[in-house]
Design a protein around this ligand. Structure first.
Ligand code: SF4
Length: 357
């Protein structure tokens, strides 16, 4: 294991002293309930604290216990996740709750190895749950802590490379104390979120600056090393905003598969954008609807492995009789605001609402 270039006790004293004065007071910090800590950790994985602050209380009010979450349908959990994005987290949360109920008699495991066997829980999340809920020594390496450690130890390797990963976990383990693990873990998170910021680290205010190799070598702006961006393909689709009597038509995607269980506007994938008009008219007729689709704009959305270009059609139904709901449902604009639309169509809706397309 990689040795520390300073005494662990010096680091712990400086970090915890600062945390006791400056640590954040967040709603999920007022509990030791592993279920609620797990929910907060999953929410925070790819979402800002500001957004989670607006959603956490509502979610745990709807599902106050692990038993309540496991008893819900996956569709209910997805709908409750609206506004948080990255909905695979909601599906995994539900699946993991069901597994804890059946495999662990509803008792949250206090063992990082067991937790990592559950969907959506990686090594860092498992460590955070065990450290924060049970106060047991387990390291974490989330995005904030990864950046702190890269700078603290002046890592001149791509931060996600195998070599860096091995050393970072080893240092995270060495820095983790045997006691006050709960405070240490939250202090590391706060240091990354409040002081050791991605572009402008506040080194002058940093409690561990005397121990930090990057700071002492003037490298804090250069670390972590940037990784080259990959080029990714573009996919095309036509999206129909079918409206009747002030409402828009939406459908739920199948639970299994990409963006599973989320809502979307009627959509068709396109091989070529030049075919769009014909294909949209065909889809409309297959849906048994009569109207004249008008191309109103284009919306773009980035996924990790492709870019999505959506041609957006507005369709005012010319048949004034109220079209019955089949698999598709009619929603008012107010209902759409709260619906778990997937990210690309949330953007389409926002742009249409504000006149952006
Ligand atoms: S001294 Fe600066 S670079 Fe080092 S850990 Fe503190 S904030 Fe980060």
């Amino acid at each position: 294991m990689s040795d520390l270039p300073f005494a662990q006790a010096d680091f712990a004293r400086a970090l915890l002293g600062w945390y006791q004065q400056q640590g954040r007071d967040l709603p999920w910090r007022n509990t030791r309930d592993p279920y609620r800590i797990w929910v907060s950790e999953i929410m925070l994985q790819q979402t800002t604290v500001a957004t989670v602050l607006g959603r956490y209380d509502v979610f745990v009010q709807q599902f106050p216990t692990l038993t309540d979450l496991a008893a819900a349908s996956v569709e209910q959990v997805i709908d409750a996740w609206a506004g948080l994005g990255y909905y695979s987290r909601a599906r995994n949360l539900h699946a993991a709750a069901c597994l804890i109920q059946t495999q662990f008699d509803g008792i949250f495991p206090a063992d990082p190895d067991l937790l990592q066997q559950l969907p959506g829980i990686g090594r860092s999340t498992a460590g955070a749950i065990v450290a924060i809920a049970f106060d047991l020594p387990a390291p974490i390496l989330d995005a904030n802590v990864r950046r702190v450690l890269c700078r603290l130890f002046a890592v001149l390797l791509p931060p996600r490379s195998a070599a860096a990963e091995k050393n970072l976990w080893a240092w995270a383990e060495r820095l983790t104390p045997q006691q006050q693990v709960h405070d240490h873990t939250q202090a590391m998170m706060d240091l990354g979120a409040m002081i050791c910021l991605p572009t402008k680290p506040q080194c002058e205010s940093c409690p561990v600056n005397s121990l930090c190799l990057a700071y002492n070598q003037g490298l804090q702006q250069d670390i972590p090393l940037k990784t080259a961006k990959r080029s990714i393909p573009t996919r095309y689709q036509a999206v129909m905003l079918v409206q009747q009597q002030g409402r828009l038509q939406v459908r739920r995607r199948p639970v299994a598969g990409f963006l599973g269980g989320l809502w979307e506007f009627p959509t068709v994938d396109l091989e070529q954008v030049t075919d769009a008009d014909v294909i949209v008219r065909r889809l409309l007729s297959q849906m048994g609807l009569v109207g004249d689709p008008v191309l109103v704009g284009t919306s773009y959305h980035m996924y990790s492995h492709f870019k999505l270009e959506s041609l957006v059609y507005l369709v005012d139904l010319t048949d004034n009789s109220l079209i019955a709901e089949t698999q598709n449902q009619w929603k008012t604009r107010a209902e759409l605001e709260l619906l778990a639309l997937h990210g690309a169509h949330k953007k389409v809706f926002e742009q249409a609402r504000t006149g952006g397309i």
